[in-house]
Design a protein around this ligand. Structure first.
Ligand code: ZN
Length: 294
């Protein structure tokens, strides 16, 4: 089955044609315009280009969106990056303009579905996905479907409070996992430009960077164990930019999570989709548009 995948990121737009294995067969990219109307128009142009050049017509469209999405999987609540998206009926627009059934998920949920269907979560009956980048997001996939909760807020692992008197968080509270262990928190704690610079300094053996890194990895491990003790997933997959550090992240998070999780068989793995995450994740959302299970 061929799927049209649309990825509305913070600074970039991407559209792709994705096959049943999650391989991106063709894609187009653009810089994200500064408002919703222009962003949608630019995405529509990318999609029409792809559809015009495609030998086969996709059967459905899946969207990964950088912001919260309503429980109907059709309506954007708001964008975390671009003004004007509040309440936008994005799936309706896509169906009207491209004639394809469409479903929308936020980017962390889409990445979770993508990992479950095509990546490191394949074969897991209950997958807990965690993305660690400028924020910390997450998603839970049970039996191939997103577990979204009453108002589509399940899996917000980044906003579990680990230190009530801790640093302020993007959500307005204090001491959330995100405020302690996302990329900006790691950089701040090490006094460096970004988390990548900290990881490189750790690899070179700089003690200050190592201390900041180990602290953040400790918080991540606790966050993973807390969530695992609640839902007992058969696999935890960690993606996002900070997870690009590979073993440097995986080894300490695994060790801390194993020490605190009640299930001795908990598996923690790195995400497998890498640069394909946005489009493969969006494609994995598409079956929801036609009522199918991936
Ligand atoms: Zn928070």
């Amino acid at each position: 089955m061929l799927t049209l995948a649309l990825d509305f990121g913070g600074t970039k737009l991407a559209a792709g044609l994705v096959d049943a294995e999650g391989t991106v067969l063709a894609e187009g990219r653009a810089t994200s315009p500064p408002d919703a109307a222009a962003g949608y128009a630019a995405m529509l142009a990318l999609a029409r280009d792809l559809l015009g050049g495609a030998a086969d017509r996709p059967l459905a469209c899946g969207v990964s969106f950088g912001g919260p999405v309503a429980a109907d999987s059709r309506t954007v609540r708001r964008s975390m990056h671009v003004p004007g998206w509040d309440g936008a009926p994005l799936a309706d627009w896509v169906e009207r303009d491209l004639g394809l059934p469409c479903a929308v998920a936020n980017d962390a949920d889409a990445a979770a579905l993508g990992e479950a269907r095509y990546g490191a979560g394949r074969g897991a009956a209950l997958l807990l996905y965690l993305t660690v980048s400028t924020g910390i997001g997450g998603g839970v996939v049970a039996g191939g479907r997103l577990f979204r909760g009453a108002r589509a807020l399940a899996g917000e692992l980044g906003h579990q409070c680990l230190d009530p008197g801790g640093p302020p968080c993007s959500c307005g509270r204090r001491g959330c996992l995100e405020a302690l262990a996302a990329g900006p928190a790691i950089a701040r704690s090490a006094g460096m430009a970004d988390a990548r610079a900290v990881a490189e300094a750790v690899a070179r053996g700089e003690p200050g960077a190592r201390a900041a890194w180990e602290r953040a990895m400790g918080w991540l491990g606790i966050g993973v164990a807390n969530a695992a003790n609640i839902i007992n997933p058969d696999r935890v997959v960690i993606g996002g930019g900070v997870a690009g550090a590979g073993e440097l992240l995986l080894a300490p998070v695994r060790a801390v999570a194993a020490a605190r999780c009640l299930d001795p068989e908990l598996r923690v793995e790195l995400a497998g989709l890498g640069p394909r995450t946005g489009l493969a994740g969006a494609a994995a959302v598409a079956p929801a548009a036609t009522g199918g299970v991936p």
